[in-house]
Design a protein around this ligand. Structure first.
Ligand SMILES: Nc1ncnc2c1ncn2[C@@H]1O[C@H](COP(=O)(O)OP(=O)(O)O)[C@@H](O)[C@H]1O
Ligand SMILES: [Mg+2]
Length: 249
């Protein structure tokens, strides 16, 4: 096991998406989209439903291939790489909706997080302890099937499973969706704790104001185009941008 992939100076660009077009078959969704994430930071990607946020995360994680432009992660072009190679490079994506093995235990799901990695028992226990430290409820329920957990606990398990790989960059798609306010607080606290421990985060969140509070930079997507970016506090203060990212009521 090596931490070499974490090398690099805090603040340099860990991820850059350069002028990409992405779609599904012949249906274009993203056009000329650019985004970057500084190492060690939390970046927020905001935009209304259907703006293309999840599509962009799918392209970064290799589930979709851009028809134009490139994506560079940790100094390496990944735009044509397969998802497993991108995971191997330390870029993890916790997709919208939780993809857990519902009939398997919490412990088993966490173990699946390190699938294919070589590590000794002590290394494994250390990773497990970090997950349980952030999400104590998972330790209490470790022998239960994942499907028996509440929605919020399943979201914690999905994040915990990704944490087991000690990602360099963690992309979270709507982690608070469907959670009670108390669980939302826990998930946001965990995201901040992860960043403090050195993980870079790209966060897509429908609770835009909360996301902008913990992010340093924000990117605003509208109808498949990136219409603004800047310090999160500035984006939060802009009345004009608010209309672009807040859900219409
Ligand atoms: N699997 C898919 N096949 C075809 N079109 C899709 C698919 N997923 C999303 N889209 C379309 O892509 C656009 C962006 O969707 P999405 O990336 O899910 O937006 P967001 O995550 O910002 O809500 C929408 O118009 C949506 O209908
Ligand atoms: Mg989405």
């Amino acid at each position: 096991m090596t931490m070499a992939s974490n090398a690099g100076q805090a603040g340099d660009l860990l991820l850059s998406v350069e002028d990409v077009d992405v779609g599904y078959g012949h249906v274009g969704v993203l056009e000329g989209v650019t985004l970057s994430v500084r190492r060690g930071s939390i970046a927020a990607l905001v935009g209304r439903n259907g703006a293309g946020k999840s599509t962009l995360l799918r392209a970064i994680s290799g589930l979709l291939t851009p028809s134009r432009g490139q994506i560079v992660f940790n100094g390496r072009a990944i735009s044509r790489d397969k998802p497993h190679a991108i995971v191997g490079a330390g870029l993890l994506h916790v997709a919208e909706g939780r993809r857990l093995f519902r009939s398997q235990s919490v412990d088993d799901n966490l173990e699946l997080g390190v699938y294919g990695l070589k590590m000794d028992a002590a290394g494994y226990q250390r990773r497990l302890a970090r997950v349980f430290e952030l999400f104590p409820v998972l330790e209490e329920k470790r022998r239960l099937p994942a499907g028996a957990l509440s929605g919020g606990q399943q979201q914690m398990l999905a994040i915990g499973q990704a944490m087991m790989r000690e990602p360099v960059l963690l992309m979270l798609d709507e982690p608070s969706l469907g959670l009670s306010p108390l669980l939302v607080d826990q998930v946001f606290a965990a995201i901040m704790a992860l960043q403090q421990a050195g993980t870079t985060i790209l966060l897509v969140e429908q609770l835009v104001e909360r996301a902008l509070e913990i992010a340093s930079e924000a990117w605003v997507l509208q109808n498949g185009r990136m219409i603004a970016s800047g310090p999160a506090a500035q984006i939060a203060a802009s009345e004009e941008l608010r209309a672009a990212y807040m859900a219409a009521h």
